[in-house]
Design a protein around this ligand. Structure first.
Ligand code: 7PJ
Length: 300
């Protein structure tokens, strides 16, 4: 594992001396490059019945594609398409239903957008089909632990984002417990990276995400953010998603629609601790925030 390995015994910052230039070569996402020489924004595109609820598949798809274009215009470097809600307590959807939601949208976006399209899914069948439709990255909140997912990911040849989650979306917030959230999750990634390597996925193809809100109490999320630089010694790009999540509401007592400021600050802190990609619904504001971080830390 060579990429970023330099950072192992140094203080982590977004300074070019530590993470810049050759330390983060671009990721080849099915032919489109994801440049990680500066921190990037992944825009969230949910294709669930409640996200574009103006009735009918055609209008929903049109609305989703329009939203993807506006996120790219706002500066998203990648668009993450998901057809299954992972909110706490959410029910699973079938493979057929998930494919019906995401495939036509991925197919169109992969053809038309100048940036890569990622698939947010845990299902091997959906991974294969999405790769066939032109997806450039697989974002799996189960870190390829579903039966068949590792093999499907190998077949696609695409980069993978491994996300940590304790439990399943239905159960994850019921009673999350850790001996030490940071060390437990660090060990989890070390093991998953080895499992991926054994299956034939090179570490250079991997991104890691500690999974804020996925089976974590507010105090666990805070500890993880405070110690995010700990994950950089694994030598892989770190992705984080805070957007509108309930621990932000817990800390600020704000409703979902009022969590922009807290999400932005969490994202900036994460980038200062070495995160390379922020997954968010609020692309324009996040791009602005990262521009300031970048100008302060990397110029002059
Ligand atoms: C995340 C995700 C996240 C990654 C969701 C939501 C729930 N993928 N998919 N990281 N969250 N990699 O957006 O609130 O945090 S779905």
């Amino acid at each position: 594992m060579s990429r970023g390995a330099k950072s192992a015994d140094r203080p982590v910052s977004i300074d070019r001396g530590v993470h810049g230039g050759a330390a983060w070569p671009p990721l080849n996402c099915g032919g489109k490059l994801l440049d990680l020489s500066t921190p990037r924004v992944m825009g969230v595109l949910n294709i669930t019945p409640d996200s574009f609820s103006d009735g009918g598949d055609f209008f929903s798809r049109k609305a989703a594609i329009a939203r993807a274009w506006s996120m790219v215009e706002e500066g998203a470097a990648i668009v993450d398409v998901g057809g299954e809600s992972s909110r706490p307590g959410a029910a699973e959807v079938t493979v057929a239903e998930e494919l019906r939601r995401v495939l036509p949208v991925i197919e169109t976006l992969a053809r038309e957008l100048p940036v890569p399209v990622s698939l947010d899914s845990t299902k091997p069948e959906v991974m294969r089909a999405a790769a066939g439709a032109g997806a450039g990255l697989i974002n799996d909140i189960m870190a390829l632990q579903r039966p068949g997912a590792l093999a499907a990911a190998v077949e696609t040849g695409l980069p993978i984002c491994l996300v940590h989650m304790q439990g399943t979306p239905r159960t994850m917030q019921m009673n999350p417990r850790y001996d030490d959230a940071v060390e437990d999750i660090h060990r989890f990634f070390a093991a998953r990276i080895l499992a991926c390597e054994a299956a034939g996925i090179a570490p250079e193809q991997l991104i890691i995400d500690p999974g804020f809100g996925f089976g974590k109490r507010t105090q666990d999320n805070l500890r993880l953010l405070r110690a995010l630089d700990r994950f950089c010694d694994l030598g892989l790009p770190v992705l984080v998603g805070f957007s509108r999540k309930s621990f932000l509401g817990d800390l600020t007592k704000r409703a979902v629609s009022e969590r922009l400021a807290s999400g932005l600050v969490a994202g900036v802190i994460a980038v200062l601790k070495g995160a390379r990609i922020i997954r968010t619904h609020d692309v324009a504001a996040t791009v602005d925030a990262l521009q300031i971080v970048e100008q302060v830390h990397c110029q002059g």
